[in-house]
Ligand binder design. Structure first.
Ligand SMILES: NC(=O)c1ccc[n+]([C@@H]2O[C@H](COP(=O)([O-])OP(=O)(O)OC[C@H]3O[C@@H](n4cnc5c(N)ncnc54)[C@H](OP(=O)(O)O)[C@@H]3O)[C@@H](O)[C@H]2O)c1
Length: 255
C-alpha cells in the first residue's frame, strides 16, 4: 500500500514541486490550493471548516506536509495588528490547525509524519519582515515542543529550513497597507533585496528532495537545512559576536 501524503499550498513553488516529486516516487499525493484547478483539493488553512472539509475528502493520511505560506513586508510599526494576525493565521496557526486535525487518526494508528516547512527566517530575522520572521520563529518552537510530545506516540515531527528558494513567493509579497514616510526608502530597499535573493535562490527541487528524504527515513531528524545560506548562517550566528553578524544581515537586506 502506498503511503498517502497531503501537501498544503501545492499550487505553486515549493509545494508544487514536493507534490510532483512524491507522486513520481509512488506516493499517493493530495496537493491543496485555495483556488484549486485540476486535481488540487480546496483548502484555506485559515479556516476550521475548510480544514475539516479537506480532510473529510482526503481520508486517512500518513504524512502531512505543512507548506502553505506567504510573506508580509513592512516595518513592524507600519504593520497593523490585523495584518500581523493574518500572517500568523496562515503561516503559524494554519499549521497548528492542520496538525490538530490529523493527530487523532495518527495517534490511533501509532504512526505518522508531520513535516513543517519553516525557513532560515525562523533562525535569523528578515528586517522589515518582522511578522513573517515571527511566524517562522513560532513554528520552530512549536515544532520542537511537538516533537517531544509526539515521539512517544510513534509520530515524527520534522522542520525543513530552506534559505532563499526561487519561487513566485516574492511576486505575491503583501506590503503593509499604511506606510510611514520615515521608513520609505529603507523598506523599499529591504523588500527589493528580499525579492532579488529569492530570484537568485536555490531551485525548489532541492527542498523537495529533502522532504522526500524525511518522508523515506525510518527516523527522520527534527531539522533539515536546505541551501548553503541555511547551512552556514545559523552556525555563524551562534559563533560571531552579534554586531558582526548584524552587519552581514544589514548588508544582505540593504538596510
Ligand atoms: N521561497 C523562499 O525563498 C522560501 C524560503 C524559505 C521558506 N519558504 C516557505 O516555503 C513555503 C512555500 O513558499 P513558496 O516559496 O513555494 O511560495 P509560493 O510559490 O507563493 O507558494 C505558496 C503556496 O501557499 C499557498 N497558500 C497561501 N496562503 C494559503 C492559505 N491561507 N491556505 C492554503 N494555502 C495557502 C498558495 O496556494 P493558493 O494561493 O493556491 O491557495 C501556494 O500554493 C512557505 O511556507 C514559505 O514561507 C519559502
Amino acid at each position: 500500500m502506498s503511503q498517502t501524503v497531503l501537501v498544503t499550498g501545492a499550487s505553486s513553488g515549493i509545494g508544487q514541486v514536493i507534490a510532483q516529486l512524491l507522486t513520481e516516487r509512488g506516493f499517493t499525493v493530495y496537493g491543496t490550493s485555495r483556488k484549486p484547478t485540476g486535481t488540487l483539493v480546496p483548502l484555506d488553512v485559515r479556516s476550521d471548516d475548510s480544514v475539516r472539509a479537506c480532510l473529510d475528502r482526503v481520508g486517512k493520511i500518513d504524512v502531512l506536509v505543512n507548506n502553505a505560506g506567504y510573506t508580509l513586508m513592512g516595518s513592524a510599526e507600519e504593520t497593523s495588528i490585523e495584518e500581523a494576525k493574518g500572517q500568523l493565521e496562515t503561516n503559524f496557526f494554519g499549521v497548528v490547525r492542520m496538525v490538530n486535525a490529523v493527530l487523532p487518526a495518527m495517534r490511533k494508528a501509532g504512526a505518522g509524519k508531520i513535516i513543517n516547512v519553516g525557513s532560515l527566517a525562523g533562525i535569523t530575522a528578515i528586517p522589515f519582515g518582522a511578522f513573517y520572521t515571527a511566524s517562522k520563529f513560532a513554528l520552530e518552537g512549536y515544532s520542537e515542543a511537538l516533537w517531544h510530545e509526539l515521539r512517544p506516540l510513534g509520530i515524527n515531527v520534522t522542520l525543513i529550513e530552506p534559505g532563499f528558494v526561487h519561487t513566485p513567493i516574492g511576486e505575491k509579497t503583501q506590503i503593509a497597507a499604511k506606510p510611514l514616510s520615515a521608513y520609505d526608502g529603507v523598506r523599499q530597499r529591504a523588500t527589493a533585496a528580499l525579492g532579488r535573493h529569492v530570484e537568485h535562490g536555490i531551485v525548489p527541487e532541492k527542498v523537495a528532495a529533502t522532504v522526500l528524504r524525511a518522508v523515506q527515513s525510518r527516523s527522520p531528524s527534527l531539522r533539515y537545512r536546505v541551501g548553503t545560506d541555511a547551512a552556514w548562517l545559523p552556525r555563524l550566528k551562534s559563533v560571531l559576536p552579534w554586531p558582526l553578524f548584524a552587519v552581514g544581515v544589514r548588508r544582505t537586506f540593504a538596510v
